[in-house]
Design a protein around this ligand. Sequence first.
Ligand code: FAD
Ligand code: MLT
Ligand code: ZN
Length: 438
Amino acid sequence: MLNRMKMLSWPQIWIGCGSTKVQVSQILKYCNSRCLGVVPQGGNTGLVGGSVPVFDEVIVNLGSMNKVISFDEVSGILVSEAGCILESLVNFLDNKGFIMPLDLGAKGSCQIGGNVSTNAGGLRLLRYGSLHANVLGLEAVLANGDVLDMLGTLRKDNTGYDLKHLFIGSEGSLGIVTKVSILTPPKLSSVNVAFLACTDYLSCQKLFLEARRKLGEVLSAFEFLDEQAMDLALNHLEGVRNPLPTALHKFYVLIETTGSDEQSDKEKLEAFLVHSLEGGLISDGVVAQDIQQASSVWNIREGLPEALMKAGAVYKYDLSIPVEKIYDIVEEMRNKLGHSARVVAYGHLGDGNLHLNISCPQYDDAVLAQIEPFVYEWTSKNRGSISAEHGLGLMKAEKIFYSKSPAAVQLMASVKNLLDPNHILNPYKVLPQSLSFP
Ligand code: FAD
Ligand code: MLT
Ligand code: ZN
């Protein structure tokens, strides 16, 4: 059993400038020997309560382990400490002519160690794949203080089990990630952003198929938001204006292309837009003419989590659903809730990832009882995932069985017992309470 410490405030350990894996190792060794719970913390931007203590766990924040260790300009492989903020890595790589294979609205605060530990998806997954594909290696400190060096920089290495994958997405429950090696793509010179309106969800879906066919390898993002999401952005985000101001449309799609031939990329996009307009898939649209216009369109999409927070209380669901069914649950939820709450939908349509948000003036148990377990049962029935990219953390740990079989969860518990027999790492998170203690 974990020892609960008698403390009035949470003990926080900031891994300070010049800190090393040795110090992380010493902290974990100490905590393990006394059965003290530890919460690994990155930028604290996680959306499922994974990075905050439940009782009196020691917080180990990696924020000051923020050095780039090496960058190989031939292979594009970046090795950095886990506490590097994603945006600083983006800026570092920009100078070298490369980009990070992931991008998300929280880039100004989240850390690469947190991204890896949550297997963050974000806005570029469609093009570059998940972190399971891009992380080539990592260093992690286990609960007993042992340092596991898996910091490979090879694209191919089939020697035995690929253990780094256990740490990608395990939300700090199996070890503290201290270093990461990641494959970064070259920065391409031609980026185009289009913001389009569709009259119904089926058109968004068909537009996605067309985009894959007609834009092919240059397609780098396909995001969607509905009318309620746009309305929220216009009302709650500073400096945001509607790029298609004539009317509020039912659906909006943001398409980004990234390629290396400006003229041919533009022609491809234009041909795709003309074809989609003539075929009735889009009812209106605009192509950003410069970087400022492109970023103001992105600001609408990336600002939605902030707009929701400003609007009041929000119940957030992050679902993977077959693309053709994504909007069914939104409509069913709206029918169920009537006027008692606002159902706001947006997400990474190209990845089959819906962000379903129920916004109300304040948290209300009666509203929650209408949403859950319905949302989980519906997702499970449709063979979706109840956490597409945010993880389970504290808030969804008990819901794991909606997406994973009892046998799979039992095996996860065995892995946890093997690597962290005293269950000091991120207690109460990821796995259900019934399996959480040895
Ligand atoms: P934290 O929030 O600090 O921690 C998250 C989890 O990882 C916790 O369980 C923590 O214990 C663990 N952890 C953190 N660092 C380490 C480490 N070094 N070793 C071991 N465990 C660790 N997520 C997406 O997937 N896609 C999005 O598009 C996206 N957009 C977002 C937009 C906004 C505005 C916000 C607020 C959040 C968004 N998120 C998104 C969620 C969040 O940003 C990601 O989950 C992010 O990867 C968390 O990184 P972090 O450094 O803030 O981690
Ligand atoms: C996003 O895509 O904006 C994030 O995952 C955050 C959210 O779901 O609100
Ligand atoms: Zn997202």
